[in-house]
Design a protein around this ligand. Structure first.
Ligand code: FES
Ligand SMILES: [Fe+2]
Length: 368
């Protein structure tokens, strides 16, 4: 049995600001899959550690740039994703792959910028690296390489990239949670709550949850699926011609520090979830659910595919909504906590998460 973090780590704005500085602006943060920015001018907009970022494809080159116009600081991208030239909506400055405002309406009469002066006004550029299909951004110019950060999970992501990511997600949403981002992460790091919170939704699918494993700052666990659930998935995978991963036969869950969670069901379904900080007491759960790629040259019955997808999407939305309610109740209670949380042996992944947080942001652990 161990103690959790000091309760104010979940609502104090100054600690939150330290965390953004020490963790989110220094670590590799998952931003999406290559498929989401596979075409010229496709983009994703994200906020990392409070900093607005745009990830954009420029003729096949992916760049992570500051999503703040060099002219008078408007946000450039306002949607989470889309396709189009990188152009500020306020006065129309347009940026190239270097982040240079190459298109400035009325430049000659209003500014008279030379090429060199335009280059001086380039958007900040950030580190962007793929691991297979998975894209990560690091705001700090210095730090571990992505492969050092991922450790043995780099091989995991490469393996998953062979089986997922070629087809569009069956569901994709961003949901505001009235919780600190860590409450969201912690909600997926233990199966202790499944019997109560997910009594009628997730619990009936599981036979048992095994001990967790640790890989540096990251952790994993396996929950055994009931036989009838395995049979349902085997039938669905056959009918949908899924190129499933043979490595994962149960419900395998991976947490990649700080805020990415990957759930794999029978090697056939992958859920990607990030808990993105907004303020000390608000976050956004962003998720996508992907079925495994379809085997090449295999015709799939569209009606069957839709009915399988619909049942998965509905049940997953129910589970996530149950998690949000439980997590928001925990957030509400935290302000009134008179002692640290108590973590059981079955909550060991949360302990690993806290150790990593404190190692990267020592202020979190430095108080009574
Ligand atoms: S603020 Fe972006 S073009 Fe003026
Ligand atoms: Fe849950």
């Amino acid at each position: 049995m161990t103690a959790g973090l000091p309760p104010d780590c979940y609502f104090d704005e100054s600690l939150h600001a330290r965390e953004m500085e020490d963790i989110f602006r220094k670590q590799w943060i998952f931003v999406g899959l290559k498929r989401q920015v596979s075409g010229h001018q496709d983009y994703l907009a994200r906020t990392i550690g409070g900093v607005p970022i745009v990830i954009q494809n420029f003729h096949g080159e992916l760049r992570a740039l500051h999503n703040v116009c060099s002219h008078r600081h408007s946000r450039i991208r306002t949607a989470d994703s889309g396709c189009g030239p990188l152009q500020c909506p306020y006065h129309g400055w347009t940026y190239d792959a270097r982040g240079v405002p190459v298109g400035i309406p009325g430049n000659r009469e209003h500014f008279g910028f030379s090429e060199e002066q335009k280059v001086e006004r380039a958007l900040r550029r950030f580190e962007l690296e793929p691991c297979g299909e998975f894209l990560f951004v690091r705001l700090s110019p210095d730090g571990n390489s992505l492969s050092e950060h991922l450790g043995s999970y780099a091989e995991l992501l490469s393996h998953l990239s062979e089986h997922f990511g070629q087809t569009a997600p069956i569901d994709e949403q961003s949901i505001p949670w009235e919780t600190n981002w860590k409450i969201g992460v912690e909600s997926v790091l233990e199966a202790y709550h499944v019997a109560t919170v997910h009594h009628d939704s997730f619990q009936p699918l599981l036979a048992a949850t095994l001990h967790h494993e640790r890989q540096g700052d990251h952790t994993s666990t396996i929950s055994l699926l009931r036989d009838e659930v395995c049979q349902w998935w085997d039938k669905a995978a056959r009918r949908l011609k899924l190129h499933r991963s043979p490595r994962f036969e149960n419900y395998d869950h991976f947490s990649i520090f700080p805020n990415l969670a990957i759930g794999l069901t029978r090697g056939s379904l992958m859920s990607l979830q990030t808990y993105e900080p907004v303020t000390a007491t608000r976050s956004v759960l962003r998720y996508q659910m992907l079925l495994a790629n379809v085997l090449p040259d295999m015709p799939v019955d569209g009606a069957v595919a839709r009915s399988v997808a619909d049942s998965i999407v509905d049940s997953n939305r129910t589970i996530l909504s149950e998690d949000r309610v439980a997590s928001e109740l925990a957030q509400q209670g935290l302000r009134h906590a008179c002692r640290r949380a108590t973590l059981g042996i079955n909550e060991g992944r949360i302990r690993v998460f806290h150790e990593a947080l404190i190692r990267h942001s020592p202020d979190l652990g430095n108080r009574a």
